[in-house]
Ligand binder design. Structure first.
Ligand SMILES: Nc1ncnc2c1ncn2[C@@H]1O[C@H](COP(=O)(O)OP(=O)(O)O)[C@@H](O)[C@H]1O
Ligand SMILES: O=C(CO)[C@@H](O)[C@@H](O)COP(=O)(O)O
Length: 555
């Protein structure tokens, strides 16, 4: 009987978590299981709290118990579905959205799960897209620039409101008692690892991209933190303390009580966690420079590898060993892509279209894709800016908002839908050009994540707008496969896995056989539309006219 050797990969996304069980000998996914987060993204009211516990505007919280449920439900489910015994599983890897962070006590218990703090919004998990830290971010950017901090250039020249320090500083400003009582502020990916192994081991990938940690220099010096606020001076020795471990290492081994709960073997190697989008690079099989991987879901992250450290303005960051040991990993991003389509599905679709979709036995999103496919590029005369959740790269400005131009009394919903798809493609192209203009050539384009599997029109538009072929990751669960790759490396050769991430990625990461190819007539029309997009980007996003920000402030 065939008894495959397997690795478990657990991917924690924005709305749900999933487990995959992967055969380490060939990368075949033997079983997968998704557990939606029961509390989803918390934007209005705290769970189980009194009516006075409203969540303020621009906040995005999560419930840590939802993450544990992913382990408790999805791991036993994949073992059972694949008919695999605990002994056949050699390692476990985790990937998580980032910076998704929470305050915990010294035993890693989330403060929000304690009765005395559960009514306090600041005790809960702050999701990566918790965007209410602009005041703190502005302060951090001002101090960093005034002090000419040398590390800022590695982060595109600007600190993002999505990162660890703005979130910690917001807690200090608005809830000093939570700041005081938290033993640690911890990335949710590191928290899951701590729950599994009983120790705090911080991910070098997450600390590097989201907490200013550098493999040679460590964190910025205490006097930088003190200049921001004297109470922050020792933060890296206290609330951000804990060994930072480079990717590709074992974090520790599975605690007996967790093994019993999950149906796994005590002592199972558990890998250091990785940012979700970065894990998708591995799952796509990419481990060399010159290849841009777009990980397209709620948001899109754009990942590149290089032998050189180049400080590219406007990108999220460059961190050595963060994706593939020995290479520099680069990240840029669009803070909303699928989220924009989800917004339009919810707010912009008339009942008549919903009924048409139901009649055709299609989801509304699939029905809209079909209608939009019948349009030619430029036919609707509509152009949109994809900033509904701010612009992460290359403008790094969470205060920007989306816009749609060129509407008339005849404009139809599927025309707006197509313009939104195109806007995200223009946003992606502006990121690719940022890399190219900074000595990071892009020779190949890859797409991973949930969306490329679901929307062929979108992928064709991206290929036309970027004028490049696009290879699509084989599985809808690419980040989870990347996590399973980390699990196989945590096991090591002696444990039946792989010695290096490169070795494991070469076998376990995959793309589909076909590619999306640019259609020449579309390419030239999109070239014109992209120029118009760039003009609007400069005008509304780079100081020509700050009307979008002024409107936002009036809200
Ligand atoms: N057919 C579709 N076309 C475009 N976007 C889609 C489609 N179906 C779902 N989406 C979007 O995909 C996003 C979820 O992406 P996914 O990769 O599954 O999850 P996550 O971002 O949480 O990892 C949602 O924002 C949703 O709007
Ligand atoms: O910001 C990052 C990575 O740096 C992502 O975790 C974040 O955009 C969320 O990713 P998803 O869109 O949920 O896959």
């Amino acid at each position: 009987m065939n008894t495959p050797t397997c690795s478990l990969g657990i991917d924690f996304g924005t709305e749900s978590g999933r487990a995959v069980l992967v055969d380490v000998s060939n990368g075949e996914v033997l079983a997968s299981h998704v557990t939606p987060y029961a509390h989803g993204v918390i934007t209005e009211r705290l769970p189980h709290a009194e009516s006075n516990s409203f969540v303020p505007p621009d906040w995005a919280l999560q419930h840590p118990q939802d993450y544990l449920e992913v382990l408790y439900r999805s791991i036993p489910a994949v073992l059972q579905a694949a008919g695999v015994s605990a002994e056949q599983v050699i390692g476990l890897g985790i990937d998580f959205t980032s910076c998704t962070m929470l305050p915990v006590d010294a035993a890693f218990e989330p403060l929000c799960l304690k009765a005395e703090y559960s009514n306090h919004p600041h005790a809960w998990v702050k999701l990566w897209k918790h965007h209410s830290t602009q005041e703190e971010t502005d302060l951090l950017n001002r101090i960093t620039l005034e002090r000419n901090e040398p590390w800022l250039k590695r982060y595109g020249g600007k600190i993002s409101s999505e990162w660890m320090l703005p979130k910690c500083l917001q807690i200090l400003h608005e809830a000093p008692e939570i700041y005081r009582d938290a033993a640690y502020f911890i990335e949710a990916g590191d928290w899951i690892v701590a729950k599994l192994i009983g120790q705090l081991k911080r991910s070098g990938c997450m600390a590097g991209f989201k907490s200013f940690w550098h493999e040679a220099e460590g964190y910025p010096a205490p006097d930088f933190f003190a200049a921001v606020d004297p109470r922050l001076q020792s933060i890296t020795d206290t609330k951000l303390s804990g060994e930072v471990v480079p990717l590709g290492n074992q974090a520790g081994t599975l605690l007996p009580h967790m093994a019993a709960r999950l149906g796994l073997t005590p002592g199972l190697p558990v890998a250091i966690s990785m940012i979700d989008a970065h894990a998708a690079v591995l799952g796509t099989g990419v481990c060399t420079p010159g290849k841009l991987v777009m990980v397209m879901g709620t948001s899109t992250c754009h990942l590149m590898l290089s032998e050189k450290e180049i400080c590219v303005p406007g990108i999220s960051g460059v961190v050595k060993d963060s994706i593939i040991p020995g290479l520099y990993g680069y990240e840029a991003g669009q803070s909303a892509v699928g989220d924009i389509f989800a917004w339009f599905m919810k707010q912009g679709i008339p009942v008549q279209i919903i009924e048409e979709a139901a009649k055709a036995q299609m989801s509304v999103q699939d029905w809209m894709e079909r209608l939009a496919s019948e349009l030619k590029p430029g036919e609707s005369g509509i152009l949109a800016l994809d900033w509904h959740n701010g612009n992460r790269s290359p403008l790094d400005d969470a205060e920007l908002t989306g816009a749609i131009f060129g509407m008339t009394l005849r404009t139809r919903p599927h025309e707006i839908y197509r313009a939104l798809l195109e806007a995200t493609a223009f946003g992606a192209r502006s990121i690719m050009e940022t890399f190219r203009n900074n000595e990071l050539p892009v020779h190949e384009l890859y797409a991973a994540g949930g969306i490329p599997q679901r929307n062929r029109l979108l992928m064709q538009i991206y290929s036309d707008v970027m004028n490049m072929e696009i290879k699509v990751a084989d599985s809808p669960f690419t980040p989870a496969i990347g996590a399973a790759i980390l699990g196989s490396v945590a096991a090591g050769e002696a444990g039946g896995g792989y010695k290096t991430i490169q070795d494991a990625t070469a076998v376990m990461g995959k793309t589909k056989s076909g590619v999306f190819k640019p259609i020449p007539e579309h390419v030239s029309i999109y070239e014109t539309l992209y120029k118009e997009y760039s003009t609007l980007k400069t005008y509304f996003g780079e100081g020509g006219n700050d009307v979008l920000k002024r409107l936002k402030r009036m809200k």
